[in-house]
Design a protein around this ligand. Structure first.
Ligand SMILES: Cc1cc2nc3c(=O)[nH]c(=O)nc-3n(C[C@H](O)[C@H](O)[C@H](O)COP(=O)(O)OP(=O)(O)OC[C@H]3O[C@@H](n4cnc5c(N)ncnc54)[C@H](O)[C@@H]3O)c2cc1C
Length: 356
């Protein structure tokens, strides 16, 4: 049976993780859509794509993890079936505890019903684990993973190109009529901004507290790190094959540039050397900019005046986990099937919007 195309015509600005996830959900719901991208992809391509169900700072569960995780697994696995490459790669995360209190909190919570799916009970071998320099022992996170981000983005681009969805150019605001949704001579029912940190310059949504948080990441080579687990304390060391590891990532607030710095390189090398006793050679150094938000919740919803203008941004440091479900919920809201979760809806910042 041929599915009917949804009569709504949509334009997405930005084909990073956010735009791709929205595009897939529109595709699943038979919308007619185009996506414009200027080919920068700074954040989504550079990201290690780690999916960690825990937040180590306070040994808590990641926000909405029980809902985000199964949808993410299903999303990436279905794309693998369609596009032919593996994106979702399960990998245990071994956390080297920073202090005794952290170990004690883990020991307590590993028995809680809602935490136990994500925490392997600590055994003697975890306390004595010799693969990291550690004083307080280690704990292993369950159901953690990473995404093969570069392959994911390349295959997504190919899919968009082959299906004639992709317009490769820079979106210019002076070509947009926000009232009737006309851009470049075409009228759209909705224009969805998925610009990543470039959204800080969006004249329609610049009342929102979007921040540019730069991150630098190294690829290193070492024959002396034997781990097949992701190692974590202060930095992460993620094995990616052929004796190579990603070491990341730094956080520099309000830094909308991708310049590579010696400070970040030295910091990451120092953190890696504090975690493992191994000779490390740097083979690559990259920088990207995360679109982050003051309250650590994404920015999704409709402009207070121009109802055709929408935003799906602010994915922050956990985009690869959250975007599959958030894009599904967002497209359901476009179809009036459901309303957005209040925690992500930009309605929460309505008071910051001052009508000129
Ligand atoms: C170093 C680093 C490590 C990270 N590690 C992880 C991790 O381990 N796990 C995780 O989940 N997340 C991680 N992240 C965060 C993750 O990368 C982001 O949450 C996510 O990629 C944001 O995606 P986005 O689509 O919003 O932004 P982007 O990837 O920046 O995409 C925005 C797109 O919009 C396009 N665009 C913008 N303006 C215009 C315009 N005017 N015209 C045309 N095109 C435009 C750009 O070309 C770009 O392709 C990391 C980020 C960094 C920088």
């Amino acid at each position: 049976m041929i599915e009917k195309i949804n009569p709504q015509k949509i334009l997405i600005i930005g084909a990073g993780l956010a735009g791709i996830c929205v595009a897939r959900r529109l595709h699943e719901n038979h919308f007619d859509f185009k996506i414009i991208d200027q080919g920068l992809n700074e954040s989504s391509r550079v990201a290690a794509g780690v999916i960690n169900p825990l937040v180590f700072r306070r040994t808590t569960k990641s926000w909405r993890i029980d809902k985000f995780l199964p949808v993410a697994v299903d999303f990436y696995d279905k794309l693998s079936s369609s596009w032919g490459n593996k994106y979702y790669e399960p990998i245990p995360i071994r956390r080297a505890f920073s202090h005794l209190q952290e170990k004690e909190t883990w020991l307590e919570r590993q028995n809680w019903a809602d935490y136990s799916p994500y925490m392997k009970p600590i055994e003697q071998e975890d306390s004595d684990f010799a693969g990291v320099k550690n004083t307080f022992g280690t704990g292993v996170v369950l159901q953690s993973a990473y995404i093969h981000t570069a392959e994911f983005l390349s295959d997504a681009k190919k899919w968009l190109q082959e299906n004639n969805h992709l317009i490769e150019k820079t979106f210019k605001f002076d070509e947009l009529n926000p009232s009737n949704g006309t851009f470049d001579g075409e009228q759209y029912d909705a224009i969805i901004f998925c610009e990543g940190y470039h959204g800080i310059k969006n004249p329609f949504f610049n009342y929102l507290p979007l921040e540019a948080t730069k991150g630098e990441i190294l690829t290193v080579e070492s024959t002396e790190i034997k781990s097949t687990e992701l190692l974590n304390r202060k930095c992460f060391i993620l094995p990616v094959g052929k004796n190579q590891f990603k070491v990341g990532a730094t956080y520099t607030w309000r830094s909308p540039n991708t310049d590579l710095t010696n400070e970040a390189k030295d910091l990451l090398l120092g953190q890696a050397n504090a975690l493992v006793d191994a000779k490390i050679k740097i083979v690559d150094h990259q920088a990207g900019v995360r679109p982050t938000v003051l309250d650590r919740r994404p920015l999704i919803g409709t402009h207070p005046i121009y109802s055709k203008l929408k935003i799906f941004n602010g994915l922050g440091a956990k985009g690869y986990l959250m975007a599959p479900l958030l894009s599904q919920e967002f497209v359901a809201s476009l179809k009036n099937i459901s309303i957005l979760d209040k925690e992500v809806d930009i309605e929460r910042y309505k008071k910051r919007f001052i009508q000129e």
